[in-house]
Design a protein around this ligand. Structure first.
Ligand SMILES: Cc1cc2nc3c(=O)[nH]c(=O)nc-3n(C[C@H](O)[C@H](O)[C@H](O)COP(=O)(O)O)c2cc1C
Length: 169
């Protein structure tokens, strides 16, 4: 099969069988306004130096705004945070912000840490490379933390949010 024979719906359907965690990548634009995008393509890249990565689409409205600051924060969603997952995956209503009513706190870079997340990773942009209709953005980790009392993780599988039931320690 050549790549031109891969139907985009089939591509999405098959890739949807690969379960991912769910993150929201947040940051501030040059005027200090917060932006965020739900991202499943988050990956740990390197331990030394500490690098992580993710792939925003080239049509993303929020990524160019976040990139202005040169920093971003990856927020790892826990089970039950479906509202945050869908809120940051949709375009907000006219004139509204995706952050309406969200009680966030700033990481060291100023990028938002969302309430109730099970972990966060504050980064500076190390590199941004074209990858088809997406960009591969590499971040250098500046600070990171996980919640003390972590419940279940959120996963995304076949277009739906699910959760992993962790056995209690
Ligand atoms: C679980 C989940 C994972 C997603 N992962 C990605 C991703 O890795 N890259 C991407 O570009 N969009 C991803 N999306 C879609 C974006 O969240 C969506 O297109 C969003 O509207 C982009 O916002 P923006 O235009 O404000 O940047 C994902 C959506 C969901 C629900």
């Amino acid at each position: 099969m050549t790549d031109s024979s891969i139907d985009s719906r089939h591509f999405r359907d098959v890739l949807g069988h690969f379960p991912t965690g769910v993150t929201v990548v947040t940051g501030l634009d040059a005027s200090g306004r917060p932006h965020g995008i739900t991202i499943g393509s988050f990956v740990s890249v390197s331990l030394d130096p500490p690098l992580v990565g993710f792939l925003p689409g080239k049509k993303s409205r929020s990524w160019p705004a976040i990139a202005e600051s040169g920093s971003f924060c990856v927020n790892i969603l826990g089970a039950g945070q479906d509202e945050l997952c869908w809120r940051f995956a949709k375009e907000p209503a006219d004139g509204e912000s995706k952050f309406e009513g969200v009680d966030w706190t700033p990481a060291g870079s100023g990028s938002p840490i969302l309430p109730g997340v099970i972990g966060w990773i504050d980064c500076t942009v190390e590199a941004s490379v074209e990858a088809g209709d997406h960009l591969f953005v590499e971040g250098r980790v500046q600070a990171m933390e996980h919640a003390a009392d972590v419940g279940n993780a959120m996963i995304f599988f076949r277009g739906k949010v699910a959760k992993i039931d962790m056995p209690s320690a």
